[in-house]
Design a protein around this ligand. Structure first.
Ligand code: SAM
Length: 449
């Protein structure tokens, strides 16, 4: 039962129950229900809001794709070149196909579930294009000595021989290939994949369960004319029903208190610690609170911190110091260069030196001191310092993006009904609930509600 390792993020109770004939789980204490749609367990303080934000993210993405198709079709009309318009025709058809496919995979089950529900505050933090190339890297490019094989080889080198993994949690699991290969190589009892990107997780689910999925790849720099778009019929050639039965798929935020503490003996963070918009001590303390003493953290990935400020571009020696402060003892480590997103259909690819380590939890840790430096908000006084990418700013930016759709339409001529009509088309929403959301938003600006 999926709930054996889950907490309710609202009341932190660990007692969930499932209703007969329904995979949704309900908290035994506060009675909040977490939906399970087509094999993916969605879990959040406000699960309805999570589903809604995914649906809005999909709708915005689909609108963007339709706009691209219109632009391409215009270019075809005004072109005199056959070779140019043939490429664009292929491109336009492939984008249309992809939009329909992703709609079927992801959006349709959400729409059915959300029908009739009141719409919470709009929020579109999900983009179907994010890390999309990882899907093809994981499941389409069956090249010899590819990144997937190189990755599992490294994990096997860095994990002590004869290590018995029982329950492994993969944080930021993406499209799931490395998790599957770990399932094959180490035969754990349970493999739990967590990611807040539902599309990647859905692909991970379908591939793990031996399903077929067809998706296009749009190579960055096509090698041959026929590589402009490439339809991949993805299937897991190592599918095993027994391995698949050990997997669970959780869509949620790794920092929400959604997992029982000390349930997992192993945590894997593949390509994660450098892309988080936080100080590394935050992920260190999160992994620490999840693992029991002697639990193992396996990290795999580069250190390519994205922060604009050089201050935050940590070297691995600094991370080791933070790990020691955070209650870990680094056991083994390895630096190895591997290809990155090396599509056989593109002229371009990167290589990355990945840093892998295993670290044992030796003690519980208090909240790390590094987090306080961000908490002080020095940049508010020292105005020449960079403003940190705080979660609050990210969330506000997303809300502004959605509400700007409403504000941009106010021109002194359009009525609330007309504005609502356009808003609903953009986000594929139910008219009545959305009208209330807009009314209350505009009312708040004028201090009327
Ligand atoms: C660089 S990708 C790596 C994906 C996968 N591990 C791989 O190696 O292909 C980082 C992943 O972390 C996920 N992620 C980032 N922040 C997250 C969060 N707060 N909660 C859940 N997932 C998160 C992203 O959606 C993405 O799938």
């Amino acid at each position: 039962m999926i709930s054996k390792f889950l907490n309710c993020p609202n009341c932190l109770s660990s007692e969930y129950f499932e209703k007969l004939g329904n995979k949704d789980i309900t908290c035994g204490n506060c009675k909040t229900t977490m939906p399970n749609l087509a094999g993916i367990q969605y879990i959040s303080k406000n699960a309805e809001q999570l589903l809604f934000s995914i649906q809005s993210g999909f709708s915005l993405w689909a609108n963007k794709k339709n706009a691209q198709i219109n632009e391409i079709n215009q270019a075809i009309k005004s072109s005199n070149s056959k070779i140019f318009s043939n490429r664009l025709k292929t491109l336009s058809k492939a984008i249309q196909f992809q939009t329909n496919k992703i709609n079927k995979l992801l959006s349709e089950p959400l729409i059915i579930t959300l029908k009739g529900h009141e719409i919470p505050v709009p929020d579109v933090s999900f983009d179907c294009d994010e890390y999309f190339a990882n899907i093809h890297r994981d499941w389409s490019w069956n090249t010899e000595q590819c990144e997937n094989q190189a990755s599992i080889n490294i994990i096997q080198k860095v994990v002590q021989k004869n290590t018995k993994i029982k329950n492994i949690l993969v944080l930021g699991a993406g499209a799931g290939r490395l998790s599957y290969d770990i399932g094959l190589a180490f035969q754990p009892d349970n493999v739990i994949l967590c990611d807040h990107n539902p599309l990647l997780l859905k692909i991970a689910h379908e591939m793990t369960h031996g399903e077929n999925v067809e998706l296009f790849e749009f190579p960055v720099s096509p090698k041959k004319p026929e590589d402009v778009v490439r339809l991949h019929k993805m299937k897991n050639s190592h599918y095993s029903k027994e391995i698949a039965s050990k997997f669970s798929f959780i869509c949620g935020d790794i920092f929400d208190k959604i997992f029982k503490q000390k349930y997992f003996d192993t945590i894997l963070t593949p390509w994660l610690i450098d892309i988080l918009p936080y100080h590394p001590s935050k992920i260190i303390s999160r992994v620490n609170e999840l693992l029991p003493i002697d639990g193992i953290w396996i990290n795999f990935g580069p250190l390519g911190f994205q922060s604009e400020s050089k201050i935050n571009h940590y070297h691995q020696n600094e991370i080791i110091e933070m790990l020691e402060e955070g209650g870990f003892k680094v056991d083994r480590q390895l630096n190895e260069t591997i290809p990155y997103l090396a599509s056989p259909y593109s002229k371009q690819f990167r290589s990355e030196e990945v840093w892998s380590f295993t670290a044992k939890k030796i003690r519980n840790c208090k909240k790390p001191s590094h987090q306080n430096t961000l908490g002080e908000q020095r940049w508010l006084h020292e105005t020449s310092e960079p403003v940190p990418v705080l979660q609050e700013f990210i969330e506000e930016a997303v809300k502004c993006k959605v509400y700007s759709q409403v504000l941009n339409q106010i021109n002194g001529k359009r009525s609330l009904d007309e504005i609502n009509d356009n808003f609903c088309k953009t986000f594929n929403l139910d008219q009545d609930s959305s009208l209330n959301t807009i009314k209350s938003y505009l009312g708040k600006i004028l201090n009327l509600v």
